[in-house]
Structure formats: C-alpha cells, structure tokens
Design a protein around this ligand. Structure first.
Ligand SMILES: *[C@@H]1O[C@H](CO)[C@@H](O)[C@H](O)[C@H]1NC(C)=O
Ligand SMILES: *[C@@H]1O[C@H](CO)[C@@H](O)[C@H](O)[C@H]1NC(C)=O
Ligand SMILES: *[C@@H]1O[C@H](CO)[C@@H](O)[C@H](O)[C@H]1NC(C)=O
Ligand SMILES: *[C@@H]1O[C@H](CO)[C@@H](O)[C@H](O)[C@H]1NC(C)=O
Ligand SMILES: *[C@@H]1O[C@H](CO)[C@@H](O)[C@H](O)[C@H]1NC(C)=O
Ligand SMILES: *[C@@H]1O[C@H](CO)[C@@H](O)[C@H](O)[C@H]1NC(C)=O
Ligand SMILES: *[C@@H]1O[C@H](CO)[C@@H](O)[C@H](O)[C@H]1NC(C)=O
Ligand SMILES: *[C@@H]1O[C@H](CO)[C@@H](O)[C@H](O)[C@H]1NC(C)=O
Ligand SMILES: *[C@@H]1O[C@H](CO)[C@@H](O)[C@H](O)[C@H]1NC(C)=O
Length: 892
C-alpha cells in the first residue's frame, strides 16, 4: 500500500523535463561553471554541488513555479591561490530567468565573450565586488539590462581608464549603485550621464579620489530620487562639494565623513533644506565655526555625527526642539567652548548614545536647570569635558535613572567628591571609566550583593584611599579589566581579587599597597590574566618563587616594590610573556638561565636590584628581545659575545603587543566613536636624548621597534666583544660604570641605528675608531672617564658632541677638548687646573646622562602607557616625570 503510493508519486512528478527538482540543462550548465571556477589547476568547487536537484545546491535558488534557476551566488568561491579568472559569460546567459548573480571575490580579470552579459535580460541584481576588473570589461550594452536594479562594483580598480564607466549610463532602472573603493576620480566617473539614472536611490562612493576637481560632482544634483549618498573618504573640499542640496530633498542618509570640508554648512546652498535626513555624518573634516541653527529643520534626524572637527561655540539647544527621533549624538573631538545643559535633551525620548568627549573647554551642566530624562541611554561619553563646574563638579545624578546604560566614561572631566554607591549598585553598566579626576574617599562600599554586569572598572588617577573591599569576587564577579592605579590605596591586595575568574587586566600600580602578593593571584588555576601591573607600591616578600601557571600572561610589571629573594627556577610558566619588569626591588642571586624559555619576551627590566654572577649566555636565545636592562646590579664577568644572535637587534622586527589591541577592541565594542582609542595604537615613543648638553625630545620610533641594551652600573670586566658591532638595529647601548677594558671595537662603525652610546667610566683604552663618524644617527655619545688616547674624530656627527663627552681621558686630544694633539706635554700646569674643572663637568654630564637615560626609560613606559590604555595617561606621568626631574635636580 505504502509502496504503491510512493511509486505513484514518483511517476507523476518525474516527467522527462522536471525530474529531480531542477532542469537537467541548467544542472549541466551549473556543472560547467563548477568546472571552470577553479580552472586551471585548482580543485573544483568544494561546495556541495553534487546530486540531481541543483535547486538545493549551495548558493543556487530556483523559481518554484518553473524550477528554473533565478539566483546564483558564487561569492568567494575561487581558490585564492589561483591566478585571475576569465569566466565564459555565455554560461550565465544560458539561464533564461536568472535574476540574481553574485560573483564577488573571485579574482575575475575579465570575461570570455563579454557580450553574453548583455543577454541577462532578467537580471535585477549583479554583484562583481572585489575582483580585478578595470572598467573596460563592463559591457557596452547596459541598455539591454533594463531590469537591473542593484549593481556592486566596489573594490575593483575602475579608475585607470577614463570614462570606462559610461557603460553604466544605460542602466535606466538602477536603484542601488555601489562604487566604493574603486579608485575613481571625476575623470572616470560618468558624471555627465547621471541624469539618466533617474531612479537611483542609493549611491555609495566611499573611499575614492573624488573632489580634487572643483564642481565636477555637481552631476549628483540630477539624482533627485536619491535617498542614501555616501561620499565618505574622498578628497572633497569646500570648492568641490555639490551646492545643490535643495534638489536632493529626498535624501535620508548623507555621509560626508573623512573629507576636507571646512566652512560651516550655512554657506552650502540648500543644505538646510535637507529636511528628511535621518542620518548625517560629517566626522573627521575640518569644519570650523558654530553649528548652524538650521539643523533644527531636520526633524527626522536619528543619527548626528559631528566628531573630529573644529567646531566652536556651543551645541545650540534650539536645534533639538523638534528632533524627537534623535538616537545618537556624537560631537566629540571638537573645540566647543561654551556650555551645554543636559536639560536640552530631556524630551528626546529615543536618545541612546551621547558622546561629547574631548571638548576640554565645553562646560557640561547636568544638574541645572532641573530636568527629568525621558530617555534611557546605552552609552554616555563625557571624557575630557568640564563637568558640572557650577554644581560642585559632582557625578551627574540623572545617571541613577538610567537602567540600560552599558558604557559610562567620565574620565578627565574634573569630577570632585566621592563615588556615590548607587553608581556601582544600581546600574547595568559594563564599562565604567572615571579615570583622571579628583574623586576622593574610600572605595565605595556596595550595598548590593553583586554588580554582575561590570566588565571594566577604571578609577585610576584619582584620590581614592583606604582598602579595597575584601569581597571583590562577590561584588564584581565578571570583571575583565580593573584599574585602580595612581590612587592612595592602602593595606594589602585582597585575596578575593584572585578569585575573579574572568580578570584579564589588573593594574594597582602607584598606590601605597603593602604586604605580600596574594598567592592565588599568581599561582592559580584560572589563567585568564594577561596583564598584571603592581608597580610602585610597598609590596614585599618572596613572591616570585610561588609563581606557576599563567599561560595567558603577556605583561608583568612588579617594579619599584620591596620584593626580596632570588628568582627560583622555573617559577614562571608563561610562554606568552612579552614584557617583564622586576626592576627596583631587592632581588638577589643569579640572573636565571631559564629566562630563555620565555621565547616571546621582548622587554626585560631587572635593573636596580642586587643580582650578581655573570650574564647567562642563554639570554642570547631570546630571539625577540628588544630591551634588555640589567643596569645597577652587581653583575660580574664579561659581556656574552653571543648577543648578536638575537635577531631583533640585527634586523627590524616589531613587537606585536596584541594585548593593547585587545583592550582597544574591548572598548570599541561599547563606544560609538572608536577613533580616540584607535588613534593610540601607533603612538610613537618619545625619547629624550642629550645633544650638546641640552636635553632634546625626539619623536621617533614606535615602541614596538625600540631596541636598548643597558648593562651600566655593574661590575663587568673584559673587552667589549667586537661582535656587538653587528647589532645593526640597536638604538641605545649603555655600558657605562663597569670595569670594561680593551679598545672600542672597530666594528662599532656598523651600529647604523645607534642613537645613544655610553661607554663612560670604564677602563677602555686605544683610540676612538675614526670610522665611527659614519654613525649619522648618533646624537648622544659619552666616553668620558676612560683611558682613551689619540685624536678625537672631528667631522660629521662628532662635531655635535661637546667636551663633556670626552673628559677624564688623559691622552685624548683635539677639539672639543682644549688639549691640542701636537703639544701634549707643554701645557702641563694648565692641564691640572683644567682637570679640576673637568671633574666638575664630568659630574654635571653624568647627571645629565643619568637623568636622560632614566628619563628616557621612564618616557618609554610613559608612552607605552598611552598605547596600553590601562597604564597612566600621558598627562599623568608627564607631570610625575617633571616632579621626578625636580627631585633629581634638587638632590644634586
Ligand atoms: C560573501 O561571502 C562572505 C564569506 O563567506 C560572507 O561573509 C558574505 O556575507 C557574503 N556576501 C554576500 C553578499 O553573500
Ligand atoms: C562559452 O560557452 C558557450 C556555451 O557553453 C560555448 O558555446 C562557447 O564556445 C564558449 N566560449 C569559449 C571561448 O569557450
Ligand atoms: C540589446 O538589445 C537590442 C534591442 O533590444 C538587441 O537588438 C540586441 O541584440 C541586444 N544585444 C545583446 C548583446 O543582447
Ligand atoms: C541617456 O538616456 C538617453 C535616453 O534614454 C539616451 O539617448 C542617452 O544615450 C543616455 N545617455 C548616455 C550617456 O547613455
Ligand atoms: C517644530 O514642530 C512644530 C510642530 O510640528 C512646528 O510648528 C515648528 O515650526 C517646528 N520647529 C522647527 C524649528 O522646525
Ligand atoms: C583627554 O585630554 C588629555 C590631555 O589633554 C589627552 O591626553 C587625552 O588623550 C584626552 N582623552 C581623550 C579621550 O580625548
Ligand atoms: C538603587 O536600587 C535600590 C534597590 O534596587 C533602591 O532601593 C534605590 O532607591 C536605588 N537607588 C537609586 C539612587 O536609584
Ligand atoms: C586549584 O584547583 C585545585 C583543585 O581543583 C584546588 O584544590 C586549588 O585550591 C585551586 N587553587 C587555587 C589557587 O584556586
Ligand atoms: C597549566 O595549565 C594548562 C591549561 O590550564 C595545563 O594544560 C598545564 O598542564 C598546566 N601546567 C602546569 C605546569 O600546571
């Protein structure tokens, strides 16, 4: 019975023409396409194009009534390793009812039988994005594609052949045209025929070269049906911007971001008539002046992006009166300098994102006049504004009414007073940033059991005192980032911090924390921690021996504490570790040879401890080492000659500090305008170098390329290995204050990147190799207090060094020293007097050098702090650098 029914069904559905759900002739065509797509040499389509019913194949769609193929999607199908593909268009033309064809990302370089494209009479949608078409391959038969509504050619290089795109002029029914990133300028763009594209609604021209030729873009004025116009990332300026906005009155979305526009909108004819705009983006232009009042006409506006310009004045409250749909306002990174009251926004019930950050002179008033918000924000970014100047600089109270808030950034906004406990108790905030204010009082005691939403809590650089809560794990079980650095915290680090299972970044540096490090923090089962900074506290104890399994750890900074003991063997199993700073503690014993197991280590600071014994030759196995600082210890023995095995000192290799990128990414997830964070990725290192006794600031390399060896202030003996001359990418070498003997290796002439070289206070003999004048980057050089002799090289870079570079070498002669090379002995009495004077200058020069070296290192960390946002900010440490300098100068 069952069997009969099945038999009947198969009989009635399987006529010769429509047997398996798709037409046999079209199935064969698809198989031909499959054969061609990875031809020659590639494997055929790895997608599931097997079986009889081709309508069920991946990327294929048929019309149920006719079983004919109506859509073929081959987006990203050709093997990327193959050369260009030249598809035979007849294969596609043979599909009589094809409406949709997507051939994006297939390395198409042109067509076999291009006229085949003209036969696709039913085509409505054609996507050829990200291929290697140059415009000439577009068929000259666009008039035949009468039904085509949507065409994407983005990511092809169409700009090379002028007017190659005139073929597009026949697309009378085109509604959506995407020409992003196609290298177009006005000469290639078919501006003259735009009036033929009268149905065009969406025109995307992002990332081209448009705008260099004044008024060439006026063709856009003909597109009266246009609803979406994207001209972002071009070269449009006040002269080349179209001046006919009145014609485009249907426009709903206008993106002019990343251009060169300058004068305020009122000078743009008709701009104020764009009454139907929903979305206006003018970010990152050069707009000056004030926000035009006529924005108030744009009653439908939902998204308003004004950030990254030079707007001044205020954001006029009148424009928001009728903007009842407004969801996003971003006005960050401008120069607004008046005041704005949040009562302005009170009735904008749709508002979800407000970003006014980085308008340092903008006074933001949230308390007066009294108002009640009708909105529920998701993000509020007021960093670098002046907040509530006339209301005691308090944290805005309306925030307590916000039940959807995810990101709250009030950093650097001159806040005073205490942190109200509702801020931690009542909010759903994921990211709470209060960095760089004057908040004081104890860490807020939470009344609620937990604030399970909080992922990022940054209260660094304030005046919070007292102890951290002992129940951190129950209060903030989902913390990923916790930054309390630069406060006045006391007591011990609560054990509960080590129970935070998701914690990735912990920064408690620059406080008055004491006691030992909680065991669980460093030897725990959960190893999510990637960044741990406890620098500049009063921590003590023998913590290092208790280290264990921190597989994710990338940065460990424990410097400037009172840690004691030796570094036990294999204490640190952290294969990802890139930066390790244990400097300025009371550690002793040998430099452990197992450090070489830390294959990714790029920056190693062990300076300012009591390490003794030799430098283990295993150090040379750390192929990624960029900065090695062992200075100011009791290290003896000779300098290992294998140092040139370290590749990052031989050729330029960048440290990939991906941790910062992760943090940045994390922040961008929540913030509207990632630019201010993204900007810091490529922060350049500021180094301080001494030239002619003056301290110069030099904006140079990104930290990721900085390379330094500092072995100064130790008890090293023996010769300087001549192999060190092979360190071609080394920027700074400091071997001063040791007992090194022998000559300056001639090979030093090859240190082509060297900027600072200090060999002072050793027992070095011989002459200064004259070939060293080739080191054209050398700007700080000191060989004072050695036994050098002979003439000082007197050309090129060496003309910039003064006497203090050479003093206290009894047999050196020639300028800049007073001692002339020819008559060394005749001026004996004067020399004595001079010697005294020189002693004084030596002390001075040493001071300057000491300052410069330390200042330099400090600076590197300071700047590194900028690229890792959880280290203190540039301003913060900049001022402490100044204080530090003051203290140093006072001590002298
Ligand atoms: C193209 O393929 C990529 C990767 O498979 C996919 O992410 C994208 O959404 C596809 N685009 C279209 C328009 O199908
Ligand atoms: C293109 O395909 C058609 C149809 O299959 C075929 O007749 C023609 O010979 C092909 N042309 C080339 C150059 O391969
Ligand atoms: C384009 O359309 C015209 C008129 O309908 C027709 O004569 C011509 O053959 C078509 N061209 C192609 C290549 O199909
Ligand atoms: C514009 O359309 C008209 C009429 O349809 C046509 O004659 C003309 O050739 C088109 N212009 C271009 C540049 O294709
Ligand atoms: C605001 O809307 C009201 C009523 O729709 C209208 O009368 C008024 O002119 C509008 N104001 C502005 C500035 O557009
Ligand atoms: C805030 O201002 C400081 C100092 O002017 C600056 O260094 C920092 O980058 C600014 N932050 C933001 C988010 O704009
Ligand atoms: C915070 O929440 C608690 C309990 O949910 C409530 O009693 C209190 O009024 C809230 N405080 C504020 C300022 O909203
Ligand atoms: C690690 O896990 C073991 C067993 O699950 C447990 O006994 C130990 O206390 C844990 N250690 C830490 C530091 O949590
Ligand atoms: C470290 O942790 C990893 C993963 O959690 C584990 O596979 C490994 O055995 C642990 N190593 C030690 C030395 O505990």
């Amino acid at each position: 019975m069952f069997r009969t029914a099945f038999f009947l069904v198969s009989i009635c559905c399987c006529n010769f023409y429509w047997c398996h759900g798709c037409l046999e002739e079209e199935r064969i065509l698809l198989l031909q396409i499959k054969d061609s797509i990875n031809y020659p040499g590639g494997s055929s389509l790895d997608k599931d194009w097997v079986g009889k019913n081709c309508c069920q194949w991946h990327g294929v769609e048929c019309k149920p009534s006719s079983s004919r193929v109506i859509s073929i999607n081959l987006n990203l199908t050709r093997d990327e390793r193959l050369e260009l593909w030249y598809p035979n268009t007849s294969l596609f033309a043979a599909f009589k009812e094809l409406e949709k064809l997507d051939l994006a990302r297939n390395q198409i370089g042109g067509w076999v039988m291009p006229q085949g494209l003209c036969e696709l009479k039913n085509l409505r949608y054609l996507r050829l994005a990200f291929n290697d078409l140059d415009g000439r391959e577009l068929p000259p038969c666009s008039t035949n594609l009468t039904l085509l509504e949507e065409l994407s050619l983005s990511g092809n290089d169409l700009g090379s052949y002028s007017s190659a795109l005139t073929g597009l002029c026949g697309l009378r029914n085109i509604r959506n045209l995407n020409l992003c990133s196609t290298n177009l300028d006005e000469r290639a763009f078919p501006l003259l025929c735009l009036s033929n594209l009268s149905k065009l609604e969406t025109l995307s021209l992002q990332d081209n070269d448009l705008g260099s030729y004044s008024s060439a873009l006026t063709g856009i004025c003909e597109l009266t049906a246009l609803r979406v116009l994207d001209l972002s990332l071009n070269k449009i300026n006040d002269h080349s911007i179209p001046k006919c906005w009145g014609n485009l009155s249907s426009l709903e979305k206008l993106d002019l971001s990343d251009n060169k526009l300058k004068s305020p909108f009122n000078s743009l004819t008709g701009f104020c008539e764009l009454r139907h705009l929903h979305h206006l983006d003018v970010r990152r232009n050069s707009y000056v002046g004030s926000i035009p009042q006529c924005f108030g006409n744009m009653n439908y506006l939902r998204i308003l992006f004004l950030s990254g310009n030079q707007f001044t004045g205020t954001i006029p409250s009148s424009i928001f009166k009728n903007m009842t749909n407004l969801m996003i306002i971003s006005a960050s990174h401008n120069q607004f300098n008046d005041s704005i009251s949040f009562s302005t926004f009170a009735n904008l019930s749709e508002l979800a994102h407000i970003d006014l950050s980085d308008n340092v002179r903008l006074e933001v008033q949230t308390e007066h006049p009294h108002w009640v918000p009708t909105f529920q924000l998701e993000s509020l970014l007021l960093s670098n504004c002046t907040l509530n100047k006339r209301g005691g600089n308090g944290i805005p109270t309306f925030i307590s009414t916000q039940r959807s808030l995810k990101t709250l950034d009030l950093s650097h906004s001159f806040l005073k007073g205490t942190i109200p406990s509702w801020l931690l108790d009542n909010l759903t905030v994921g990211s709470l940033i209060l960095r760089g204010n004057l908040l004081k009082g104890p860490f807020p005691q939470s009344t609620r059991r937990n604030n399970s939403m909080l992922n990022e809590l940054d209260v660094s650089d304030n005046k919070i005192f007292g102890e951290l809560p002992s129940n951190m794990d129950t209060l903030f079980p989902n913390l990923i980032v916790f930054n309390m650095s630069k406060n006045e915290l006391q007591g011990t680090i609560p054990v509960s911090i080590s129970k935070l299972q998701t914690l990735q970044m912990l920064d408690l540096s620059q406080n008055n924390l004491s006691g030992e490090m909680p065991h669980g923090l460093i030897s725990r089962n959960n190893t999510s921690l990637e960044y741990l900074r406890l620098s500049n506290n009063k921590l003590h104890g023998n913590i290092l021996s208790k280290f264990s399994n921190m597989t994710e750890l990338v940065v460990l900074l424990l410097d400037n504490n009172g840690f004691t003991g030796t570094i036990a063997s294999n204490m640190l199993s952290s294969p990802s570790l890139k930066i390790l700073d244990l400097s300025k503690n009371n550690l002793s014993g040998f430099i452990p040879s197992w450090l070489s197991f830390l294959m990714n280590l790029a920056i190693l600071h062990l300076d300012g401890n009591f390490f003794n014994g030799p430098i283990p030759s295993e150090v040379c196995q750390m192929q990624n080492l960029h900065i090695l600082d062992l200075s100011n210890n009791k290290i003896s023995g000779s300098i290992p000659s294998c140092l040139p095995n370290i590749s990052s000192w031989m050729k330029e290799i960048s440290i990939d500090v991906d941790i910062s990128v992760e943090i940045l990414y994390f922040r961008m997830l929540y913030s509207l305008d990632g630019t201010n964070y993204a900007r810091s990725i490529n922060t350049r290192v500021t180094t301080i170098l001494t030239t002619k006794g003056m301290i110069l600031t030099y904006e140079g390399l990104p930290l990721s390329l900085m390379t330094i060896i500092d072995l100064s202030l130790n008890q090293l003996t023996g010769n300087i290995p001549s192999q060190m001359g092979h360190l071609k990418t080394l920027h700074s070498l400091n071997l001063s204050d040791n007992f090194l003997s022998g000559p300056i290796p001639e090979s030093f002439q090859n240190l082509e990147s060297i900027e600072s070289l200090d060999l002072s206070h050793n027992k070095i003999v011989g002459t200064i190799p004259p070939q060293m004048v080739q080191l054209y980057k050398l700007s700080a050089f000191n060989v004072s207090s050695n036994n050098l002799s002979g003439a000082i090289p007197n050309e090129k870079q060496f003309l910039t060094f003064n006497e203090s570079s050479y003093t206290a070498n009894p047999h050196l002669c020639g300028p800049p020293l007073q001692r002339s090379c020819s008559c060394n002995n005749s001026s004996q009495p004067r020399d004595n007097k001079e010697e005294k004077k020189k002693k004084k200058t030596t002390l001075q020069s040493l001071t300057v050098l000491f300052f410069s070296t330390c200042g330099w290192l400090l600076h590197i960390f300071w700047d590194f702090g900028v690229s890792l946002p959880f280290l203190p900010t540039r301003t913060g440490d900049g001022s402490s650098l100044v204080q530090w300098t003051g203290a140093l100068i006072a001590a002298i």
